[in-house]
Design a protein around this ligand. Sequence first.
Ligand SMILES: [Zn+2]
Length: 195
Amino acid sequence: MNALDDVINSLSRLPGVGKKSAARIAHHLLKSDQSVCERLAHDITVLHERIRPCRICGSYTEEELCPVCQNPGRDRTLLCVVEQPQDVQTIEAVHEYAGLFHVLGGVIAPLDGIGPDQLRLSELIARIQEGEIKEVILATNPTVEGDTTALYVQRILRNLNVTVTRLASGLPVGGDLEYADRLTLARSFRGRSSF
Ligand SMILES: [Zn+2]
């Protein structure tokens, strides 16, 4: 084992990076100027220090509140519920949705030992009880766990004075929001339906 192997091994543990890609990146870094490596190492090192969850929605931010929660131009009657912070980025990139977000922080997955208690559901209910939100759009992934979670959330919101909708089908079944193309995602927002 040498330093090059160490980098290849570390990179190949990342999602979507196979052994070949890891080797290509590592060799590229070695050929690059040392400042490129230092910059990359620095950017990764400060990630945990700088990024934290938004106090309101749970999305990633460097401040107390994320840019969406801070933006007075957002429609505060619409709340889109997603699994992970990266889903917020995916939906924001489509420029179709102008409301607010709520990140659950996962999905109900009994086989992985993840129950409703581990999701940000009490925070969700508290936000709805403030009274400004009129519609909750469930945008969990179209997977078994995502659908189960959407049904569960719909049930716990039933007695609150809010309309609950689900993104229209057309998203790849079993896939993740991040793999949906922009047009499909935009369409599924426009064609969302009530439970
Ligand atoms: Zn936020």
